[in-house]
Ligand binder design. Structure first.
Ligand code: F6R
Length: 254
């Protein structure tokens, strides 16, 4: 694992976009795993900017999103499909048929989860998976206590996650209670993981994920067992780690 210290959110976004760009340049038909939420917005903005300058080509890139609320249509402004279109997909030359997001409108959970796992297998695995992390250590919608061995599944969101996501909805009651998410097993099968975290609210989750015991109670902690993880975080998110460790310019931890 390497941890890169970013000066601020802009620096973090630029560094993350650089790593994704390198992946796209080195493998123009790469499968990129995407995340939603506040953390990747700056990264996506930067990728769009570089695309518009002619530095990036998404024409053969395939994408798979981590998760989607169950019950929301892609046209719903709170859906992750809508988010992806607004924040990235509509602004680059990616082919719509090469983008994949769980179908929030499928009521049959088993059917949708099997379909999504088949998509992942058909694509031959994820080359680089972008992740944010929840304040409770969740990755995707894999909440604390969730089984590490799962593939795509339907989860009941915890109160903590509903509270955190309520800021995007008119009221807390409007936040869906269920979501489809890639499982830890799918995430761990990605060839590379890029996790970004910004702000003090992530400090505990980041510390526990990378310096605590590996436990389903902190889903991010499983990433300690992945052999190609890059973390980019700002000083606030790294504050607890920096109390005990030094992080070198090259991303090594002392
Ligand atoms: C989003 C996702 C979530 C978020 C996490 C952090 O697709 O799967 O795990 O990455 O909740 O969210 P933000 O970035 O909003 O703090």
């Amino acid at each position: 694992m390497r941890i890169y210290k970013a000066k601020d959110y802009n620096d973090l976004s630029r560094k993350a976009a650089n790593i994704i760009s390198a992946q796209i340049i080195m493998k123009p038909d790469a499968v990129i795993g995407l995340a939603t939420g506040a953390s990747p917005i700056g990264t996506y903005k930067q990728l769009i900017e570089w695309y518009k300058k002619g530095d990036l080509d998404f024409s053969e890139i395939r994408t798979v999103n981590l998760d989607e609320y169950k019950g929301l249509s892609p046209e719903d402004e709170q859906s992750y499909a809508y988010y992806m279109h607004i924040n990235l997909l509509d602004h680059v030359n990616i082919l719509p048929e090469n983008t994949n997001i769980p179908n929030g409108l499928e009521e049959d959970s088993e059917k949708e989860c099997t379909r999504y796992d088949n998509v992942l297998h058909f694509l031959g695995g994820i080359d680089l998976q972008l992740l944010g992390i929840g304040g409770n250590g969740h990755i995707g919608f894999n909440e604390p206590g969730n089984n590490f061995g799962k593939e795509t599944h339907c989860v009941t969101l915890t109160d903590n996650t509903i509270d955190a996501n309520a800021r995007f909805f008119p009221s807390r009651e409007d936040v869906p209670k269920y979501a489809y998410t890639m499982g830890i097993k799918n995430i761990m099968q990605a060839k590379g993981i890029l996790l970004i975290a910004s702000g003090e609210a992530k400090a505990k989750a980041l510390y526990e994920s990378f310096f605590g015991p590996i436990t389903p109670n902190v889903p991010g902690s499983i990433l300690q067992l992945h052999n190609n993880v890059t973390v980019i975080a700002d000083e606030a998110a790294l504050s607890l780690i920096l109390k005990e460790h030094e992080i070198t310019q090259g991303g090594h931890i002392k």
